[in-house]
Design a protein around this ligand. Structure first.
Ligand SMILES: C[C@@H](C(=O)O)C(=O)SCCNC(=O)CCNC(=O)[C@H](O)C(C)(C)COP(=O)(O)OP(=O)(O)OC[C@H]1O[C@@H](n2cnc3c(N)ncnc32)[C@H](O)[C@@H]1OP(=O)(O)O
Ligand SMILES: [Co+2]
Length: 136
């Protein structure tokens, strides 16, 4: 059992984080609870909680990172969905054994101290899926 607990966040690729925040805070009334650069993913992120899940706004820090590439190809918009799991290493092991294509074989460091790993969209019916585990 993979043990998905909930949708942790929805990742939205944007060109200009500050401008996107103006919309999500100023017009939708959400609140940014944190911003952070995650070097390994070449992104600057902002979190805006919505009940039990969050919106994760992502701006690329380089012209060739995953978010820059996504925007180049598709324009701005939803780039991934993240599910919270109980035990990430176990989930990855199980999915790999069942033939799912993993982008990350081992957990990486995500924003807010999370442990994260991505599943390839070719294995998930077209959506980039992130699995994440948090201590809290
Ligand atoms: C901070 C952290 C956190 O939450 O803590 C984050 O979220 S970091 C969030 C940013 N980090 C990541 O996304 C890391 C994982 N992502 C990756 O490794 C990459 O972006 C890939 C998903 C493997 C895509 O790589 P790349 O752009 O080089 O490949 P590509 O353009 O040739 O795409 C291969 C095929 O996958 C599709 N494809 C690419 N990106 C996709 C996406 N986001 N959603 C759905 N499909 C997607 C393409 O259309 C293409 O299909 P066709 O062949 O049919 O045209
Ligand atoms: Co994410």
């Amino acid at each position: 059992m993979i043990g998905i607990k909930k949708i942790d966040h929805i990742g939205i690729a944007v060109k200009d984080l500050a401008k996107a925040i103006e919309f999500y805070e100023g017009l939708l009334g959400l609140k940014v609870t944190g911003t952070e650069v995650v070097e390994e993913q070449r992104v600057k992120v902002a979190f805006l909680p919505t009940g039990d899940s969050e919106v994760e706004l992502l701006e690329s820090t380089t012209p060739d990172g995953p978010i820059a590439r996504f925007i180049e190809k598709n324009g701005e918009g939803i780039q991934h969905i993240a599910f919270r799991v109980e035990n990430l290493e176990q989930a990855l092991e199980e999915l790999k054994a069942k033939g799912v294509r993993l982008i990350d074989e081992k957990p990486r460091r995500g924003a807010g101290g999370a442990r994260i790993a991505f599943l390839h969209p070719k294995s998930t019916f077209g959506t980039l899926v992130e699995l994440c585990e948090r201590d809290n």
